[in-house]
Design a protein around this ligand. Structure first.
Ligand code: PEP
Ligand code: CO
Length: 456
């Protein structure tokens, strides 16, 4: 690894604040600039949330996924909220991600890299700067790190103190996840620790039971064969990821580390650029260029081959393995038209990337009842098309990015219980995008493994 790093160039003209000279989209305007500066000063002195070793480890694991030896599972809320930083919500989300990864490990027969959309997913890009209800117009809600969702003038004012609360909530989430993982919660010998009460009554219960039994007997077989416990399986690693939208916050968390080369954004292992902020000359692109973290880039239907080529050149001029993950989010009706040209671009430039499919964000629609929703069949269709298109073109889909929760919400329609538009009002909790509930999330993991095994 040391040799490989030596070949990577320091980004020319880059500094943690060089993004400030570029046009920045989607940033909040704080009424009190001094208060913001004072908070940023405090943040810069607070401990980081992750370490550079972990960041490097994830980069190496993504490099292996690029080579076809691992599969990446990314998932969590569209937006975390301060009020939902609770023991049960964090544990349930961890459970559903562990269960999904068990299904994927079993079905795909390869290690799964788990990257949560949590411990920092507090900033949201919005399509409109303002929101109007009953003739009253207020600034949009931009995520708990900036303002509050209540529809009052007071709540919608960006408040810098929220940056400190976001840091603290992220640290609490991280701390709890690490403790759970360290104390054996994620031990593959005990998938019963992750049981959610619904499993017994679910139409998917039998399939899930069969998979856990299978994994259990494989583990026992291995242990009998080798004469000792399969120790490393007691611990399952979790990485964190979030959209690095709030550049002031990300800059304050970007540090140099003794005995490591370059700059690390230590607010998370895996920052990504959203679709709305990936302009080539924009502030977000400039900021990302200088980070040592593995980088995610959301790719929507408007992305042109030329834009993608330039973007890869800017973000990864040395074609470093593990550095770039392209997360495409086209929509079930558009993927067949838009993805192939982008795959060709990557192939023609020999760029090393990991392709991940986000089948959520291109399939958002309004239900008749007015709720923002997504249909399970469309999500499934985009994902299945993605696997097929990559395979047909000699490329490889190496991961999936989902919005999900461990709670029994009714936000997306369809799935094994066939939720309808009428069911949405029963337990619609998201402030932003609709998430798969735990059952739909597990079913999606089963869809992936069935599809990959040719059982359609
Ligand atoms: C998101 O991931 O919540 C999001 C806003 O995605 P995108 O940038 O792909 O629209
Ligand atoms: Co979203």
């Amino acid at each position: 690894m040391a040799n490989q790093l030596a070949e990577v160039r320091l980004p020319e003209g880059w500094a943690p604040d060089s993004w400030q000279a570029r046009p920045a989209k989607q940033l909040a305007t704080y009424p009190d600039a001094q208060a913001l500066d004072s908070v940023l000063g405090q943040l810069a002195g607070l401990p980081p949330l992750v370490t550079s070793w972990e960041v490097n480890q994830l980069r190496e694991e993504i490099a292996e996924a690029q080579a076809g030896r691992r599969f990446v599972l990314q998932g969590g809320d569209c937006a975390e909220s301060f009020s939902e930083c609770t023991s049960s919500i964090i544990t349930n989300r961890l459970k559903v991600l562990l269960q999904m990864s068990l299904i994927l490990v079993h079905g795909l027969e390869m290690p799964v890299v788990r990257v949560g959309r949590f411990a920092g997913q507090y900033a949201k890009p919005r399509s409109s700067d303002s929101e109007t209800r009953d003739g009253i117009t207020l600034p949009s809600y931009r995520g708990d790190i900036i303002n509050s969702p209540e529809f009052t003038a007071e709540s919608r004012i960006p408040d810098p103190q929220r940056l400190l609360r976001a840091h603290a909530r992220s640290a609490m989430t991280m701390n709890f996840v690490r403790s759970l993982v360290d104390s054996g919660f994620a031990d593959l010998h005990h998938p019963e620790y992750w049981d959610l009460s619904w499993v017994e009554h679910s139409p998917l219960a039998d399939e899930f039971k069969r998979i856990t039994n299978d994994v259990g007997s494989s583990l026992r077989f291995l242990e009998t064969l080798s004469g000792r416990a399969v120790g490393s399986l007691k611990r399952v690693d979790f990485y964190t990821g979030h959209e690095a939208l709030h550049l002031h916050y990300e800059q304050a968390m970007t540090r140099q580390v003794p005995r490591q080369w370059g700059w690390y954004d230590l607010s998370t292992h895996f920052p990504w650029i959203g679709m709305r902020t990936a302009d080539l000359d924009g502030a977000h692109m400039e900021f990302f260029r200088g980070l040592r973290n593995p980088l995610g880039i959301k790719v929507g239907p408007a992305m042109t081959p030329q834009h993608l080529r330039d973007l890869l050149q800017q973000l990864n001029p040395d074609n470093e393995p593990g550095r770039i993950t392209l997360i495409h989010r086209m929509g079930a009706d558009k993927i067949a038209d838009h993805l192939p040209a982008l795959i060709e671009t990557v192939q023609a430039s020999n760029a090393l990337v990991l392709w991940v499919c986000d089948p959520m964000h291109g399939n958002t629609e309004s239900a008749r009842s007015g709720f923002k929703t997504r249909q399970f069949t469309k999500i499934q269709s985009e994902l299945e098309q993605a696997f097929d298109i990559h395979e047909r073109m000699g490329s490889r889909l190496g991961g999936v990015h989902l919005e999900l929760t461990g709670e029994n919400v009714t936000e997306c329609t369809g799935g094994a219980r066939d939720l309808s538009d009428e069911d949405l009002s029963r337990a619609y909790k998201s402030n932003v995008d609709p998430r798969l509930n735990y059952e739909q999330a597990l079913e999606m993991a089963m869809v992936i493994t069935r599809h990959k095994r040719g059982i359609k």
